[in-house]
Design a protein around this ligand. Structure first.
Ligand SMILES: [Zn+2]
Ligand SMILES: [Zn+2]
Ligand SMILES: [Zn+2]
Length: 190
């Protein structure tokens, strides 16, 4: 199975971005690009690519060469924080993401969602929904520009699961089973 590491959660916008380059892309949460947290959600995510989809996976997820985020390329439209729509690279991997599977492994994390406004993948496990590039942008007193609204999921959309390298960072409690059997009722946010 083909996988790629160095994907990370951005603590500024709550999106998934590729952290393997020195340049950290464009973040709707302000200048300096996307930023991986040092603790907590600071996982090294390892999405599958270049395999066919099935009932528990969705293809057409791509790296955006402009913002360095993960976005769904199966629709037209979307909004890139670098302006215009997201743009894939001709030679880039085609990612295939797991969703709504009956079993959740200890190195998998639920609560990842498609944003209907920007078409990016974002973490929906917090009350705060991060910074969506499809919402209005304002200038802060320090001169930085940030988008002021959060990402938004569709009520019927898939719930995605991301695998990450183990062991988990110290101090982080993994919600194993949350959102799926055997404990579907204990999930906040769904
Ligand atoms: Zn970001
Ligand atoms: Zn983009
Ligand atoms: Zn969004």
């Amino acid at each position: 199975m083909a996988i790629q590491g160095d994907w990370a959660f951005c603590e500024k916008c709550y999106g998934l971005f590729f952290n393997g380059y020195a340049q950290k892309g464009r973040c709707p949460g302000g200048r300096g690009g996307h930023k991986q947290p040092r603790t907590g959600m600071g996982y090294n995510y390892t999405p599958n690519h270049s395999i066919p989809g099935n009932q528990y996976t969705q293809p057409d997820w791509e790296f955006c060469v402009k913002c360095h985020g993960m976005f769904f390329n199966g629709y037209s439209g979307g909004t890139c924080p670098a302006g215009g729509v997201h743009q894939r690279h001709d030679q880039a991997y085609h990612f295939v993401l797991k969703h709504d599977a009956p079993k959740l492994y200890s190195n998998e994390q639920p609560y990842w969602e498609f944003c209907v406004n920007c078409h990016g993948l974002f973490y929906n496990g917090f009350n705060d929904k991060g910074r969506c590039p499809a919402t209005p942008r304002v200038m802060l007193l320090n001169g930085d520009h940030v988008h002021i609204g959060g990402h938004k999921r569709h009520p019927q959309a898939y719930h995605f699961v991301l695998r990450f390298e183990t062991p988990a960072p110290l101090g982080y409690t993994l919600n194993v089973g949350c959102g799926w059997p055997p404990n579907p009722s204990v999930c906040p946010g769904y």
